[in-house]
Write a protein that binds this ligand. Structure first.
Ligand code: C2E
Ligand code: MG
Ligand code: MG
Ligand code: MG
Length: 285
């Protein structure tokens, strides 16, 4: 009887694995053509100062529109891109396109930062100081306005090779930020080993800030730690004025979230900047 049920479980397991694999393969097949077919685009979301609401830069976020499958969210296709290695060419396209957009803002007199997400896999696939340097030169882009966001899990790979790679990239003059901070397991000692400039507090901690005192404590602790390590702090996922006020009071200098703006296509950025008037500018100026 045990054998029987074991067998059933096994069959169930393989079937769902097969289905899963088929789905991944299909996504991968489609993704393989996405770049050539111009199905990828970047959206940009502003980062602002918590006190004044002043815009300091934008984060580039990848979008994939497939003619029949519709919009596929990054959380679905980025893992496929990473696993298949497609994140190599796609990531290069993202950097190229993000720098092109940011350069056009600079050309119009707006010295704004551009943040670009970088997968761990991209480092393995050859994104190094030489490649990045070539892209920066191509766009004659001031490296000090580029921020590379890497997820906290990269810190778990506490290996010298990773640290050396990141250091040589950083030597170009770009900034490094840890994304989704608080969701991984990094400790102070890990943080100290990496050449990073800023931390982005994950939106999970921001969401219940107004109702959950544990989250207030957590964010307070993260802010204290960031201060002692002289890291800039950005809170993600700010959706309300109340959250902005709490984060300001706790000492978080930079914010990002739907409260200020949702990610928007590149061609809307200029117009948005012209019309953007944070209500509380006068209150806290
Ligand atoms: P992330 O880098 O942490 O980006 C922030 C995510 O939070 C974005 O989701 C953004 O649209 C969303 N967000 C911003 N403000 C709010 C808010 O107020 N409330 C809520 N609920 N969400 C908010 P998105 O665009 O779906 O991207 C998801 C993730 O996919 C990113 O998380 C990043 O890890 C990854 N990703 C996106 N673009 C790229 C890329 O070009 N390269 C790589 N390697 N990863 C990317
Ligand atoms: Mg990010
Ligand atoms: Mg994040
Ligand atoms: Mg994320």
């Amino acid at each position: 009887r045990a054998k029987q049920s074991g067998r059933n479980q096994f069959m169930f397991f393989t079937k769902s694995l097969q289905e899963h694999a088929a789905e991944l393969m299909e996504t991968e097949q489609h993704l393989r053509n996405a770049l050539e077919l111009n199905q990828l685009s970047l959206h940009f979301q502003p980062l602002v100062r918590s006190r004044t609401g002043r815009v300091t830069g934008f984060e580039a976020l990848l979008r994939w529109h497939h003619p029949t499958l519709g919009n596929i969210p990054p959380d679905k296709f980025i893992p496929v891109a990473e696993e298949s290695g497609l994140i190599g060419p796609i990531g290069e396209w993202v950097l190229d396109t993000a720098l092109m957009n940011a350069k056009s803002w600079h050309n119009q007199g707006q010295k704004l930062y551009i943040s670009v997400n970088l997968s761990r896999r991209q480092l393995d696939l050859g994104m190094n100081e030489k490649r990045l340097g070539a892209l920066l030169s191509k766009h004659q882009f001031d490296p000090s306005y580029l921020v590379l966001e890497i997820t906290e899990s990269l810190l778990l790979d506490n290996s010298d090779t990773t640290i050396i790679r990141l250091e040589s990239i950083k030597n170009l003059g770009v900034h490094l930020a840890i994304d989704d901070f608080g969701t991984g397991y990094s400790s102070l000692s890990y943080l100290k080993r990496f050449p990073i400039d800023s931390l982005k507090i994950d939106k999970e901690f921001v969401r219940d800030l107004t109702s959950d005192s544990d989250d207030v404590e957590l964010v307070t602790a993260i802010i204290a730690m960031a201060r002692s390590l002289k890291l800039r702090l950005i809170a993600e996922g700010v959706e309300t004025e109340e959250q902005r006020r709490i984060l300001l009071r706790l000492g978080c200098e930079f914010l990002q979230g739907y409260y200020f703006a949702k990610p928007m296509p590149g061609h809307e950025v200029q117009n948005w900047l012209i019309n953007y008037e944070p209500e509380y500018l006068s209150v806290n100026a």
